[in-house]
Write a protein that binds this ligand. Structure first.
Ligand SMILES: Cc1cc2nc3c(=O)[nH]c(=O)nc-3n(C[C@H](O)[C@H](O)[C@H](O)COP(=O)(O)OP(=O)(O)OC[C@H]3O[C@@H](n4cnc5c(N)ncnc54)[C@H](O)[C@@H]3O)c2cc1C
Length: 490
């Protein structure tokens, strides 16, 4: 039965300001996709609440009308999580941008979900604190989106991902009930529903207030830049550094394609153009500890075949070394306005092997793939570059992306590290989990959302979205590959 959109809109306008209800198609066009620009659909209606009670009222209206909803933060997600694929109300949090509470003695901050990641550190840096999870999109992505995706970033190698820094969540459930998980303390005796909500990709409800853990800014920070003539040597340096027990706050690798792309973007020669890979290592902590760790890391890079190593101690120099890495996606966007990012994870020791596979897939498909990745976490981000308008190019690009993910699984990895499953990877999730695993996850979802109204059709495969592709002909169980038949997904 078609949904009653006119009645829903009328009811929403009764309690929301005029500017908070968007129904004109030309105004809704800005919400037709997230960072995964390959899939697009204009939502039928969007609302921009400012308070928890407005979100609750909105979801109550949806509940009464049996209309699904999709939460959206800044729309930078890379797995289609905020995409309204079917008929659903879009609930945008970009007007929920207030800091609600700052408790420096207890190192916590409570924010509305639309607050931008980097604003949190900006709000407390003057007092010597910061918020550790730092996705490369941190100047635009929202804390609500970070919670929903359990986002990672450069510093997550040492400090952990979003789930390690969220203490409490206030959320509105799909029937409009306001509830909370956790609070301002690190530990609670309750079932860890806070952990369940984090990373649930908007399928359990909408987070309306989030309490974050703040860290004391480190005494010293040093950044090393090492360049290598082969990706294997760069991977070996990462392996040696971690095997030696050093825990840098970040270890990132960029390949030759990206080195040249970022040098071109900024008209700089920060990274040696002929290097096969550059490795950026950030070490933080107390002065003595950082100096010793940096010396060790330099030795280990040299042993692994590093050609040159630069060390940046002052802030300006450090920012210069990071600038290219932080702008890697923008640099690629300049070369190829169309690209598709994948997000696989592999055990660190298999990085060189998987990168070689990616290179051979790129040759086989004759489609360039650039690589930038959180090397310390084994979290790969192959960027598949393509030209719009070529016959079946989007399907081919997705097929190449799926083959890369299979390579990750074949070495005991995962189909997502930090970008989530969303709509993009729901047809692949069966490659990782058994039917029983998925059924258990669905039961958890059902406990929060019996009618499947919150971000429906995301994460789990559906016959409509995946069709024959969802047949389990390729099962990966505990890192072991059982190849039941030839893999045909497209
Ligand atoms: C250039 C670039 C670099 C990136 N780098 C990284 C990186 O280093 N690490 C990383 O992890 N990610 C990265 N990302 C991906 C993306 O920025 C993150 O996933 C981010 O957390 C998404 O936040 P957002 O506000 O844009 O969320 P959106 O894209 O708006 O939404 C993402 C998901 O969260 C849900 N959601 C949003 N708000 C709420 C809420 N209040 N309650 C419940 N559900 C909600 C949505 O329904 C959707 O499923 C990058 C993206 C880009 C474009």
């Amino acid at each position: 039965m078609p949904y009653n959109w006119p009645d829903l809109e009328r009811e929403l306008r009764e309690f929301l300001p005029r500017k908070s209800v968007v129904s004109k198609r030309q105004e809704l066009l800005v919400y037709d996709c997230d960072g995964l620009t390959i899939d697009r659909n204009v939502p039928p209606l969007a609302v921009l609440p400012e308070t928890t009670s407005q979100v609750a009222q909105i979801l109550k209206c949806c509940y009464r009308h049996g209309i699904p909803f999709v939460a959206r933060g800044s729309g930078t997600g890379l797995s289609g999580g905020a995409l309204v694929e079917q008929q659903a109300l879009l609930v945008v949090t970009s007007r929920m941008r207030r800091i609600l509470d700052l408790d420096l003695p207890n190192q916590t901050i409570t924010v509305q979900p639309g607050v931008i990641n980097s604003w949190v550190t900006r709000a407390v840096s003057g007092e010597g604190f910061y918020y550790a999870p730092d996705p490369s999109s941190q100047v635009v992505c929202s804390i609500g989106g970070n919670v929903a995706e359990n986002s990672g970033g450069v510093h997550c190698l040492k400090y952990g991902v979003t789930s390690n820094h969220v203490l409490g969540i206030e959320a509105v459930l799909p029937d409009g009930t306001i509830t909370s998980f956790g609070g301002k303390l690190s530990e609670y005796s309750e079932l860890d529903l806070r952990g369940t909500f984090i990373g649930s990709e908007g399928t359990l409800g909408i987070a309306t207030s989030i309490t974050l853990r703040l860290l004391k800014a480190p005494e010293t920070v040093t950044v090393l830049l090492a360049d290598f003539l082969s990706m294997e040597s760069a991977g070996e340096a990462v392996r040696k550094i971690t095997a030696a027990g050093l825990i840098p706050s970040g270890m990132e690798i960029m390949d030759n394609f990206l080195i040249n792309a970022v040098n071109d973007l900024f008209n700089l020669e920060e990274y040696p153009r002929d290097a096969a890979a550059v490795l950026l290592i950030e070490i933080d902590g107390q002065l003595q500890e950082v100096e010793t760790a940096a010396r060790n890391a330099i030795d280990l890079c040299k042993e692994s075949g590093a050609r040159h190593i630069r060390k940046a101690d002052d802030e300006l120099d450090r920012l210069r070394l990071w600038k290219g890495r932080k702008s890697a996606f923008a640099a690629i966007g300049k070369i190829s306005p169309k690209y598709y990012v994948q997000d696989g994870v592999v055990p660190r020791s298999t990085l060189p092997k998987v990168l070689t596979k990616i290179e051979s897939l790129s040759r086989q498909y004759q489609i360039p793939v650039a690589n930038v990745f959180h090397a310390g976490d084994g979290n790969l981000h192959p960027l598949i570059l393509y030209k719009e308008g070529l016959p079946n190019i989007e399907e081919t690009v997705k097929e190449l992306g799926s083959k890369i993910l299979k390579e990750c699984l074949a070495v005991g990895g995962s189909i997502t590290g930090e970008h989530g499953v969303g709509s993009d990877k729901r047809c692949y999730i069966e490659w990782m989990f058994s039917a029983d695993d998925l059924e258990t996850m669905k039961l958890v979802r059902k406990a929060f959302d019996p009618e499947k109204r919150a971000n429906p059709e995301k994460i789990f495969p559906t016959p409509k979205s995946c069709g024959e592709a969802t047949r389990r002909n390729f099962i990966i169980s505990k890192g072991k590959e059982q190849d039941n038949s030839k893999i045909e997904i497209f």
